[in-house]
Design a protein around this ligand. Structure first.
Ligand SMILES: Nc1nc2c(ncn2[C@@H]2O[C@H](COP(=O)(O)OP(=O)(O)OP(=O)(O)O)[C@@H](O)[C@H]2O)c(=O)[nH]1
Ligand SMILES: [Mg+2]
Length: 288
């Protein structure tokens, strides 16, 4: 296993998967290849989905390396690359950036056709929502048109309970809306159902998300930060003359500070025994 890990690192986390049953690849040369990125919370089923799409049972998971892992194979006559992205939520910003670059570089030169949020049907976890937010923040809003959700279930995707869960749950409805209402439901144990993913993504005429989009997103962020700094600097330069130790304001501030010092010292003196003694002496003298 250690040797496989070394080979994986030398090969930039990229693999070519051969079908378990040894069946020959039936590639249709007229169909362009597809690059898919699977993301989601820890243990949400990303590796299981990659295995189902590629017809492989022995794939490396991103969680075991905590880095993006690419596996490739054939489905529906197409050459398909599946990148499993480890859960990014909660990682330091630098780590998220590093992983986003690694993810995009594994999909070059075409770019990513779809970022697929893998989610088991059921009550929505905070982790799934946070992961979507993290992807949208890390890859910028340019990623939105390429996002979709893949719900997995052990039962029939058309089962009333499944439909009820997706149509009635307020949080799930909101999540679907944030992904442009693009979603599919598949039975996780039926590999054939995963061809729906390839059909769905293959039919979309949406342009791919590329490394150019990622750089533009980071440049936007830099520009926003620069604008914020410029705004703060201008606010500060407006405030400085009011707080500076010069002119009218200086006299006002000094007068104010002096009066506080005077008041406090008078209070201390009035409360001291010495003062009481002096008062007693003076009053006895005046009585004479
Ligand atoms: N019942 C059920 N179990 C599933 C389903 N999908 C995945 N699992 C199980 O959930 C566990 C985690 O699945 P993985 O595919 O490893 O999940 P992952 O998102 O790759 O996990 P990490 O890489 O560790 O984040 C495994 O034991 C799977 O067998 C599903 O649709 N139904
Ligand atoms: Mg995994």
């Amino acid at each position: 296993m250690e040797k496989i890990e070394d080979i994986r690192k030398r090969n930039n986390s990229a693999f070519l998967s051969i079908k378990e049953d040894g069946a020959a690849l039936k590639l249709d040369q007229s169909l362009p290849s597809l690059n898919l990125v699977l993301y989601g919370g820890r243990g949400s089923g990303k590796t299981s989905v990659a295995k189902a799409i590629l017809g492989q049972t022995d794939l490396l998971s991103a969680s075991s390396s905590s880095e993006c892992v690419r596996n490739q194979g054939e489905m529906c006559g197409r050459w398909v690359s599946v990148v499993e992205m480890p859960a990014l939520n909660g990682k330091p910003q630098q780590e998220k950036m590093k992983e986003s670059f690694r993810c995009i570089s594994l999909c070059e030169p075409e770019g990513v056709h779809a970022f697929i949020l893998v989610l088991p049907v059921g009550p929505l976890t905070d982790e799934a929502q946070e992961e979507l937010q993290t992807i949208q923040d890390t890859f910028s809003s340019r990623v939105n048109n390429n996002t979709m959700i893949l719900f997995t279930t052990d039962s029939d995707p058309k089962h009333p309970d499944v439909i009820k869960c997706l149509k009635k749950d307020k949080n799930i409805k909101e999540l679907i809306k944030r992904c442009g209402k693009r979603y599919l439901v598949v039975n996780s144990s039926d590999r054939k159902q995963f061809s729906k993913v390839i059909d769905f993504v293959g039919k979309r005429e949406q342009s791919c998300y590329t490394s150019g989009n990622l750089f533009e997103g980071y440049l936007d962020k830099l520009q926003q930060k620069e604008e914020k700094i410029a705004r703060l600097q201008s606010q500060l330069s407006k405030l400085l003359p009011q707080t500076g130790f010069s002119g009218r304001y200086l006299k006002k501030y000094f007068a104010y500070i002096l009066s506080i010092i005077l008041f406090l010292s008078l209070k201390i003196i009035y409360n001291t025994e010495m003062y009481n003694l002096i008062v007693k002496k003076v009053s006895s003298l005046t009585c004479l």
